[in-house]
Design a protein around this ligand. Sequence first.
Ligand code: ADP
Ligand code: MG
Length: 236
Amino acid sequence: LASQELEALRARIDELEDDQVKQFTKFEELPLTKGTLKGLKESSYVTMTDIQRDTIHLALKGHDLLGAAKTGSGKTLAFLIPVIEKLIHENWNEFDGVGALIISPTRELAMQIYEVLLKIGKYSSFSAGLVIGGKDYSFEKDRIGKMNILIGTPGRLLQHMDQSATLNLDNLQMLVLDEADRILDLGFKKTLDDIVCNLPPERQTLLFSATQTKSVQDLARLSLVSPKYVNTSSDA
Ligand code: ADP
Ligand code: MG
């Protein structure tokens, strides 16, 4: 990204006010890079959902956040857009290693995230990979060293962190915990704690969940720094 273009985007992000963003309806109103806007448009993503409108600008500003919104409300784009934008802003390249780590409860959900990422990230040059088991371990191990964005399930990720010298997370810019309530329901609390505690503390962390349970709050306390809280499912 040309430095002038980046400066202009950064200025627009800094100026964004919550009140102003509340009036936004379309992705193109947000200060996003041209490539991402094109990827969104070509994937027929035009109008933002509530959780997308309420969280993306906060994530672009660099805040940690906890976003709660019911299943089907569009949480995937709420984190994938900030992940892609962050790496573009940082001029991330193939030699910088893993810049973003996305943790998902199941293989199926991880694969869905990966597919959306390929679509909307079509015009950015990042490599992305799945770390979900199922494929043979050494195949994953050889590939993860070259990835910029990793999407994985907790057990398999921790296994690689413990055993694969190829997995270097020292440069990590962003951590996403997706469907956090489900990750915890599946019994991954300890695994998740072990992963989070071994990541660079300077990173930005986005935590998304369908529900806000006590255990999700505990996880938020462990993994987020001065977070913004967004809850679009409070219609109860
Ligand atoms: P959640 O993670 O909150 O359960 P998803 O991110 O899986 O929700 O999105 C649910 C469905 O809504 C998906 O089929 C997705 O393609 C679609 N979707 C998400 N955001 C938008 C949008 N802004 N415009 C149109 N469809 C969207
Ligand atoms: Mg989801």
